[in-house]
Design a protein around this ligand. Structure first.
Ligand code: AMP
Length: 370
């Protein structure tokens, strides 16, 4: 069995590592001129753009089945692959999460709770949407947004014009601002025969709009945990989904959950499963995509995932000695050469022992050198 993966970042790397362990070969089609994280880890890496027809033919000849490691892959490339081999999730499912407007409309049509929103295509539409949804809202571009990019918070009608300019007049979604208690996410898999399993929800904390810590179990009520799991399962059923889906939620002060967004792939907030669960999210993706039975999603112990961003590298180095000296710290590096800015370079999963959250926070402070 050879698994084809579109995209060559860290999510592809970790999928390749699990595939290798499980005796499945991999071919990565990067879409970019370099794919450092998958070099030496995938069996074959095609460093070709997604509009390269020869690369597509080669990918489909070698791979038996295919999946994606990020959603912003041109639909034409996804459809071309799908004509030849089984792509999980389907181009249709991936298409829903490529655009916030499609995603939000899908949620509304299927009665799945989310923040109030309106689709806006012009400044006038933004003005009338704001009158309905404001006074506090978030304007988000419909396409290619991640980690808070392409987003502006609005607190007064005077800011509308500048906000519209900052999204460069692109089709956008205006959402009501949610004064949430916390954010959680659920990874859920649906296999080729329709069986579904969700992982325990993770509580997610951000730093500079990028995921910082995932805490599991999430510190919310049993009812909230159950509701998030049920919504995630409903979503994969309604989408007739195949593969792994990440669902991010806001937890309101009342304990009610609202879906924020979905990603048709493994997710940063699911990295905790690599050491915290019986099956990792990557093994589960592989099982779901390759038509194998799904693995147990049971939590083995309290786990905290700490993201390692580029700002933890000082003069090109990470203080790995501090990590290795920390009880229950499992280091995962992504093989990226350049630690500039706040690039995602790796993560640490903290497992076992007491006070796992305090250990993660102390480690973070030391690695940042603050
Ligand atoms: P997103 O890219 O949509 O996941 O947004 C990034 C982050 O911005 C979220 O994880 C939240 O912390 C915050 N955010 C986004 N939308 C809202 C909202 N409607 N209300 C409150 N906070 C939000």
């Amino acid at each position: 069995m050879t698994l084809g993966i579109l995209g060559g970042g860290q999510l592809a790397r970790m999928l390749c590592l699990d595939a290798r362990r499980m005796g499945v070969r991999t071919i990565v089609w990067s879409g970019t001129p370099s794919a450092d994280p998958t070099e030496g880890v995938a069996d074959i890496v095609l460093l070709k753009p997604f509009d390269d027809l020869e690369a597509c033919a080669e990918f489909c000849r070698i791979a038996d089945v295919a999946t994606v490691e990020f959603e912003n892959i041109p639909l034409e490339a996804l459809r071309a692959v799908e004509e030849k081999i089984t792509l999980s999730p389907s181009s249709e499912s991936i298409g829903v999460s490529q655009h916030r407007s499609r995603e939000k409309s899908f949620l509304r049509e299927h009665g799945i709770p989310c923040a109030p929103f309106a689709l806006v295509n012009t400044l006038d539409e933004l003005r009338s949407a704001y009158a309905e949804i404001g006074p506090v809202g978030v304007l988000k571009t419909a396409a290619f947004g991640y980690d808070g990019k392409g987003q502006v918070k609005l607190t007064s009608a005077d800011e509308l014009e500048a906000a519209w300019e900052s999204v460069e007049g692109q089709p956008s979604v205006l959402e009501g601002f949610i004064d949430f208690q916390c954010e959680i996410s659920v990874l859920v898999a649906r296999g080729q025969t329709g069986e579904c399993l969700a992982f325990p929800p993770a509580e997610n904390q951000h730093r500079h709009h990028i995921l910082d810590l995932s805490i599991v179990p999430a510190r919310v009520s049993e009812a909230t945990l159950a509701e998030a799991g049920e919504i995630a399962l409903k979503l994969v059923e309604e989408l007739d989904y195949r593969g792994l889906l990440a669902v991010e939620f806001f937890v309101e002060k009342s304990g009610r959950v609202l879906v924020n967004e979905m990603a048709p792939r493994p997710h940063n907030s699911g990295h905790y499963t690599m050491n915290g669960c019986v099956t990792s999210q990557f093994e589960q993706q592989l099982r779901a995509v390759c038509g194998l039975p799904l693995g147990s999603t049971d939590l083995l112990c309290d786990t905290v995932m700490l993201n390692l961003l580029g700002d933890m590298w000082h003069e090109g180095d990470l203080n790995t000695a501090r990590i290795f000296a920390t009880e229950g710290a499992k280091l995962h590096l992504y093989g990226k050469a350049d630690a500039s800015g706040r690039r995602k370079m790796g993560h640490v999963n903290l497992v076992a022992g007491r006070d796992v959250i305090a250990r993660a926070e102390a480690l973070k402070v030391d690695l940042l050198g603050e």
